[in-house]
Design a protein around this ligand. Structure first.
Ligand SMILES: *Cc1c(COP(=O)(O)O)cnc(C)c1O
Length: 331
C-alpha cells in the first residue's frame, strides 16, 4: 500500500493568470508545469492549497464532499496571500471536470479520490519580496487514496506545546509556509516523547495540531476552540459539530485552556479527537504536558468519536441521506 498522497492521476486541470486575466482551464499532464527558478512562490511562499475528497457510491455515482466550502476557503487563502483573485465558478468547474474525467479511478469506500487544488505565484522576480506576484498558476491534482486506517488505528499521542504553529494572522490560510514552520516542533516532539503530533497551545490556549483541528468530548458536551484568525477553520470540524448538534449534543465553541483540557480529560468517558479531511476523525489517547502523561478517558477510541466518524462516513459514502446538502454529484 503506497503512502497517502503519493499516487497521482496522470492529468490535472490547469489555468494561468497572466496580463490581468485567467486563461480557460485545460486538462494537461500532471507533471507538465515548468517554473522559472526565480518564481515568486519559490522565494516568498505565495502558495495555498485545498484538500477535499470525491466518493464513489454503490450506484456508481461520484460525489464531491463540501466542494463549495473548500473553494471559498481557497478564495480566502488567495486573497490573504495577495495572489490574483480566483473565481468560485471557474475553480468548481475545474474540479468537476478533472474528477469526471477520472471517475473510473475513484476508489470504492473506505477509499476515495483526494483532490488537491493549488494556487501559486509564478512571476519571475526576486525583487518582489514585499510585492505580490502578478502571474499565477491554479491547478487541480487528483490522488486516489485507500483506507486511512488500514492496519488499525491506535489512539494518538499529542504533546501539548506552549508555542505557535504559525504567525497568528496566518492561521486561517492553508499555505505552505505554515507547515514548514511547524515541522521542527513536530520532529522534536516525536523524538523526545514519541508523540504523533504537537497540539499547539500558545499561552495555554488549545488551538490545533499541524494539520488537524482538536475536539474534546466530555459527556454530552463537545468543546472546541471558537473561530478566529489564528487557526485553520476545518470543514471536517464544521461537519462534525453539525452532526453532533443533530444528535442532540451540546456544542461549545469557545476558548479551551490547557488546564481545563487536562482536568476534563481525566473524567470517566472523556474522549478527544483530531478532525481533518484525510483522517476524518481520529481518536487521541494520550496528552503529554510538562513531562507528565495524561490518558484521555480509558485511552481507547471512544464510542462518541466512532459514532460521529461513522455518521460522517455514512453521508460521504451514500449510506445515509445527505440532509445538509454536502455532496455534489459529478456523474
Ligand atoms: C486542512 C487543515 C485542517 C483540517 O481542515 P479540513 O477542512 O477539515 O480538512 C486543520 N488544520 C490545518 C492546519 C489544516 O491545514
Amino acid at each position: 500500500m503506497s503512502a497517502f498522497g503519493s499516487v497521482f492521476a496522470p492529468q490535472m486541470s490547469l489555468a494561468r493568470y497572466e496580463q490581468g486575466a485567467w486563461s480557460p482551464a485545460k486538462i494537461v499532464s500532471a507533471d507538465s508545469i515548468s517554473l522559472h527558478p526565480g518564481a515568486h512562490v519559490l522565494h516568498y511562499s505565495s502558495t495555498c492549497f485545498e484538500g477535499l475528497k470525491a466518493f464513489k457510491h454503490q450506484d456508481g455515482s461520484v460525489n464531491i464532499f463540501r466542494m463549495a466550502q473548500n473553494v471559498e476557503r481557497l478564495i480566502q487563502s488567495s486573497e490573504l496571500l495577495a495572489l490574483p483573485a480566483i473565481h468560485a465558478d471557474q475553480v468548481q468547474q475545474m474540479i468537476v471536470d478533472i474528477v469526471k474525467k477520472y471517475a473510473d479511478e475513484v476508489p470504492l469506500p473506505p477509499g476515495s479520490m483526494y483532490i488537491r487544488p493549488t494556487h501559486i505565484g509564478t512571476e519571475a522576480c526576486i525583487g518582489k519580496a514585499a510585492a505580490p506576484s502578478t502571474t499565477s498558476l491554479l491547478y487541480i491534482l487528483l490522488s486516489p487514496v485507500g483506507d486511512y486506517f488500514a492496519g488499525g488505528s491506535k489512539p494518538l499521542r499529542l504533546l501539548l506545546a506552549d508555542e505557535t504553529r504559525c504567525a497568528a494572522h496566518m492561521g486561517v490560510v492553508k499555505s505552505g509556509g505554515n507547515y514548514a514552520s511547524a515541522l521542527q516542533p513536530i520532529l522534536k516532539a516525536q523524538q523526545a516523547v514519541q508523540a504523533d503530533q504537537v497540539l499547539f497551545c500558545p499561552a495555554g490556549d488549545v488551538q490545533e495540531t499541524g494539520a488537524a483541528n482538536f475536539i474534546l468530548i466530555d459527556g454530552n458536551e463537545l468543546i472546541t476552540k471558537s473561530l478566529d484568525s489564528s487557526f485553520l477553520h476545518g470543514i471536517t470540524r464544521d461537519s462534525i459539530l453539525t452532526l453532533a448538534r443533530d444528535r442532540g449534543m451540546t456544542v461549545s465553541e469557545r476558548a479551551l485552556s490547557v488546564e481545563e483540557l487536562l482536568e476534563r480529560s481525566q473524567n470517566p468517558g472523556a474522549e478527544a479527537a483530531l478532525s481533518g479531511t484525510a483522517a476524518v476523525l481520529t481518536s487521541v489517547g494520550t496528552l503529554i504536558h510538562e513531562g507528565k502523561e495524561y490518558t484521555v478517558g480509558n485511552g481507547q477510541a471512544g464510542p462518541i468519536t466512532n459514532a460521529l466518524r461513522q455518521a460522517l462516513n455514512d453521508i460521504q459514502w451514500g449510506k445515509a441521506p445527505d440532509i445538509h446538502g454536502w455532496l455534489t454529484k459529478v456523474c
